[in-house]
Design a protein around this ligand. Structure first.
Ligand code: NAD
Length: 499
């Protein structure tokens, strides 16, 4: 079937009468305020979503709370089986999921077809680790046998952004379910449809009612109520740094455990001894793929002065050559931005770049003749690290190039931002690579590589880029409480009081 028709058919079915919620194993009709859901490539209204009412949000949290005792006590082998089945069904419906992402999030088919499968891998990875999730350590002393064990923390909230909605949702929800937690998910209001597919698939795979609930709505209402709810024990949040701060405040009264994956202004440092062809491919890929709406995007390229002009020219040439257009066209490399508000934000940086004295080496303007939110792949050159274009997260197909003199200058510039998500280092000098990687104040460094995710490794950022790590056992540590149990060997003597 034509992919666009496939997506339209799915969205019509999911959003009949307005996109509602999925609570306690069934779809419930939306009753709250209505918000429009737009198609980024055309600006047309795809459908409407309903902000959850207070009663509906209450219903979702109550379902997750009621389902928690049985799900957390379910044999981990059974959890493994169900979650692997979720992965199987994601694979079976990968084309439909990818098509919905193209239509609803404006992401290009060439990337989304893989992203849906990555969602399945996320489920499989954590499903297979469910049997070991409670495992702890033996920490014996002469007098006591101490051992640790873990148990699921309780019902948790998962709040996700709009950029690659399906993949990111699976990344948070799969480990929560594998650990034995129950979930209330609130996807982003700008691209909510694939989240509904996920919750449907999970139930088709045999997940018991109430274990995974999905509520739609706005951040300020549904999101806020969810994070303030006393029965929610932890909040896994992916989104903007300022929203992370708000959520921390909202969760403070009920002492929520939080895990934040937030924004970034990730440096790619290109030294003059690097494999420049490979570095160029990686720089271009990491900023212009996913429409530049990627948290780990290489949004700043720091280039050693003696190769700066030539390297900038080559990026500019590539940027001008990128194929911008219909996300469903397999040849398209850059699609539209998600929403008119985001489009206005990204567009505003061209004037900022000019006023700060940077050069517009490529792009810098909306794509003419389009109804959608298409922005030209853009390169700001000759920037200084203090400029806003080199410090702020733009979150579009917009790259800022800054020259540097030597290793110390590169490190100082790389670290001179509020963010600390990822860093990329390009050099053939092994010792320099080691020094720079260790000096970067970020959560993840890729050396001579673009971002290649390996699920057992920790993912997350420092400073304003986040709190906590995902991946491998780090995910379980967030969704579980660790308990130490100390058994006396009967060999120690207790101090006797009141004798
Ligand atoms: P956002 O913070 O505006 O929204 C994210 C989610 O939070 C949405 O579901 C929204 O409805 C909800 N929300 C908003 N206000 C809320 C509130 N007060 N209480 C509870 N929930 C609230 O972010 P966005 O614009 O959707 O996403 C883009 C951002 O996400 C970028 O900054 C990007 O870097 C970041 N991101 C980070 C990672 C990572 O792994 N570090 C991954 C993807 C995206």
């Amino acid at each position: 079937m034509d992919k666009r028709i496939l997506a339209m058919t799915a969205i019509e079915r999911l959003g009949k009468g307005g996109l509602g919620h999925f609570v306690n194993g069934e779809a419930i009709t939306g009753e709250g305020e209505v918000f429009p859901i737009l198609e980024p490539a055309t600006g047309q209204v795809l459908g409407e979503g309903h902000d959850a009412t207070e009663a509906q949000l209450e219903q979702a949290v109550a379902a997750a709370t009621a389902a928690f005792p049985a799900w957390s006590a379910t044999a981990p082998e059974k959890r493994r089986k169900i979650l692997n089945r979720v992965a199987d069904l994601i694979v079976e419906r990968a084309e439909e999921i990818a098509a919905v992402e193209c239509l609803d999030a404006g992401q290009c088919w060439r990337f989304m077809s893989k992203a849906a499968l990555r969602g399945a891998e996320n489920f499989r990875f954590f499903a297979d680790r469910a049997p070991g999730a409670a495992d702890g350590l033996a920490l014996p002393t002469m007098d006591h046998l101490n051992y640790t064990t873990r148990k699921a923390i309780g019902p948790v909230a998962v709040i996700t952004p709009w950029n690659t909605p399906f993949m990111l949702s699976t990344w948070k929800i799969a480990p929560a379910l594998a650990a034995g937690c129950t979930v209330v998910h609130k996807p982003a209001e700008w691209s909510p449809y694939s989240a509904r597919l996920l919750v449907e698939i999970a139930h088709e795979a045999g997940l018991p009612a109430g274990v995974f609930n999905s509520v739609n709505g706005l951040g300020e209402t549904t999101g806020r109520r969810l994070t303030e709810h006393p029965d929610i024990k932890a909040i896994a949040f992916v989104g903007d740094s300022s929203t992370g701060s708000a959520i921390m405040r909202q969760g403070a009264a009920t002492l929520k455990r939080v895990h934040f994956e937030l924004g970034g202004k990730n440096p790619v440092i290109v030294f003059d001894d690097a494999d420049l062809e490979a570095a160029l491919d990686a720089v271009v890929f990491m900023i212009y793929s996913l429409n530049g709406q990627r948290c780990t995007s290489s949004s700043r390229v720091l280039i050693q002065r003696n190769i700066y002009d030539a390297f900038v020219n080559r990026i500019a040439e590539r940027a001008r050559n990128l194929k911008v257009g219909d996300p469903f066209d397999p040849a398209t490399e850059v699609g539209p931005l998600i929403h008119p508000r985001h489009f206005a934000k990204v567009s505003s940086y061209t004037d900022i770049a000019r006023s700060e004295g940077a050069q517009i080496a490529a792009g810098g303007a909306p794509v003419e003749g389009s109804e959608g939110y298409f922005f030209q792949p853009t390169l700001f050159a000759d920037a200084e690290q203090g400029m806003r274009i080199a410090r702020e997260e733009i979150f579009g197909p917009v790259l800022t190039a800054v020259p540097f003199e030597d290793e110390a200058d590169a490190i100082a510039k790389a670290n001179a931002v509020d963010y600390g998500l990822a860093g990329y280092v390009w050099s053939r000098d092994v010792q320099r690579v080691l020094r720079v990687s260790e000096a970067l104040d970020v959560g993840m460094v890729w050396v001579n590589s673009e971002n290649v995710r390996h699920l057992p490794t920790p993912f997350g950022g420092t400073k304003a880029s986040g709190i906590g790590r995902d991946g491998g056992d780090w995910s379980f540590d967030f969704y579980m409480e660790t308990k130490n149990i100390a058994l006396s060997r009967g060999t120690h003597s207790t101090m006797r009081l009141g004798v």
